[in-house]
Design a protein around this ligand. Structure first.
Ligand code: F0G
Length: 459
């Protein structure tokens, strides 16, 4: 047995990207210009960028070397075959259709499997996933366990599905109206919360009984596997690669945004086991993305992705990755800051309802908090609350999610422990002056995924 050591990184830094510090006056102007929406800030005006862990991770020297091995043939690039072989080996899926990123795969699988009037149960919604299900004529039904909606609840697997909720839906609408269950590892909108293998196995049994498929949003599957290794007794001696493989094997297909776990700046895929679905997907991808052996990715990007997948399932890597997130989370907890518990795997989620209890939800507490943190230190975070939840399609009213959160998302292999300290200090400063903070009003609202481009003014 190796001696226990801290979560320290299993790599050393070979190249750096200088960033520039800004003044508070500059940040106030920049934020006003951006309509109080951190998505509309210029990257140059940001000191520590925690907007997302998507496409923002640092590639390894091996991945960069892979870029030089790009085979940019229009058809049959050797990098595609390397990617396909890697996905089969680590993720178990038989057939692969590359896409430009995760939502490209969501689009295709939704169009193939969903008919008008179908229901798609899932372990909490994700913004783009749900929208593609709706655009294909489906209705998303949340079947995550109730604990997931409670930011204080310490359940270890808050991403688990509630099988009773699924059974109730099957009884109500019939299995014929449920083409698949949409399962995410980990659940982003719940605060980066994992599912357990025990729960997934039980779900597999129930869906098999009714002939319902499971489509796996495997965007952060390695991080989920780490939490299983830590907290599900049966798996404590299994390595991450084995756990990842087992998760994937329990599902019928997957959509992947490889901009997260797999540490590339762009890319994704749809992977399935059913040859008929594959045939349809391979045909459809040429309409929306590109030929079925590149689907929106350059050959070099597929090579970097194949290498990134292998790196993503290394035990030392994932321990350091999640270890850094936990370091920040534990620091904030020690400061008494209200965050979603347990700490998630890809970021810290501040509980804006508790942080700013005097701001009504329709005055956008999380959007406000993200703005205030940026003004304080140039740390950019993201709203995950009422703005992200959008409007009810039938009534046109805001959806009022129980979770009103600000996500401090940690890119992989990018920032240091000292950066984590700066972030924590900034959140603490904003917390100390929370009573003086006022909410926002929305002055521009786009039709789809409004959080990306909406604009606000101070009340
Ligand atoms: N599923 C999950 C769980 C995600 O987190 C994302 C993206 C997608 C699907 C869509 O993938 O962006 O490659 O098209 N999440 C990013 C984020 C945007 O910041 O959490 P994509």
């Amino acid at each position: 047995m190796e001696k226990k050591r801290s979560w320290a990184e299993p790599y050393k830094i070979k190249m750096v990207e200088p960033v520039f510090m800004t003044t508070e006056k500059h940040r106030i102007e920049a934020l006003e210009e951006a309509g109080y929406n951190t998505f509309l800030l210029k990257s140059e005006d940001v000191y520590i960028d925690l907007l997302t862990d998507s496409g923002t991770s640092a590639m390894s020297d091996r991945q960069w070397a892979g870029l030089m091995m790009g085979d940019e043939a229009y058809a049959g690039s050797r990098n595609f075959y390397h990617l396909e072989e890697t996905i089969r080996k680590y993720y178990s899926y038989k057939y692969v259709v590359p896409t430009h990123q995760g939502r490209g795969a969501e689009h295709i699988i939704s169009k193939i499997l969903i008919k008008e009037g179908d229901y798609i149960p899932g372990n909490m919604y994700f913004t783009t996933t749900k929208l593609h299900q709706e655009l294909a004529g489906g209705k998303f039904v949340d079947i995550v366990i109730d604990e997931a909606h409670d930011p204080e609840c310490l359940h270890k697997f808050k991403g688990d599905t509630d099988l009773k909720k699924l059974e109730a839906l099957i009884d109500k609408v019939g299995a014929g109206k449920i083409p698949y269950v949409s399962i995410a590892t980990t659940v982003n909108m719940a605060g980066g919360q994992p599912i357990s293998l025990g729960n997934l196995k039980a779900l597999r049994k129930l869906t098999n009984k009714h002939g319902i498929k499971i489509i796996h949003d495997m965007t952060r599957v390695a991080e989920n596997a780490f939490m299983i290794q830590q907290n599900e007794d049966e798996y404590k001696d299994k390595c991450i690669a084995e756990i990842v493989y087992e998760i994937c094997s329990l599902t019928d297909g997957a959509t992947m945004s490889s901009k997260k776990d797999a540490m590339v700046n762009i890319g994704g895929f749809l992977a399935v086991n059913d040859p008929e679905i594959f045939d349809k997907a391979r045909n459809m991808v040429v309409i929306y993305e590109g030929l079925h052996t590149y689907g929106g990715m350059a050959g070099r990007d597929m090579e970097a992705l194949a290498i990134g997948i292998k790196e993503s399932v290394q035990d030392d890597h994932i321990r350091a990755r999640v270890g850094q997130v936990f370091y920040l989370g534990e620091k904030l907890l020690a400061m008494g800051i209200p965050i979603v518990k347990p700490i998630g795997t890809h970021g810290i989620f501040l509980n804006a309802k508790k942080f700013l209890p005097h701001i009504r939800q329709d005055e956008f507490p999380a959007q406000t908090l993200a703005a205030e943190i940026y003004i304080d230190s140039g740390v950019r975070s993201m709203e995950r609350g009422i703005v992200s939840a959008g409007r009810n399609k039938e009534t046109g009213e805001h959806n009022y999610p129980s979770l009103e959160l600000v996500r401090l998302t940690i890119p992989r292999r990018v920032y240091t422990q000292a950066h984590m300290d700066v972030i924590a200090e900034s959140v603490q400063r904003v917390y100390e002056r929370r009573d003086s903070i006022r909410g926002l009003k929305m002055v521009y609202e786009p039709e789809y995924l409004r959080f990306f481009q909406a604009r606000f003014k101070k009340l």
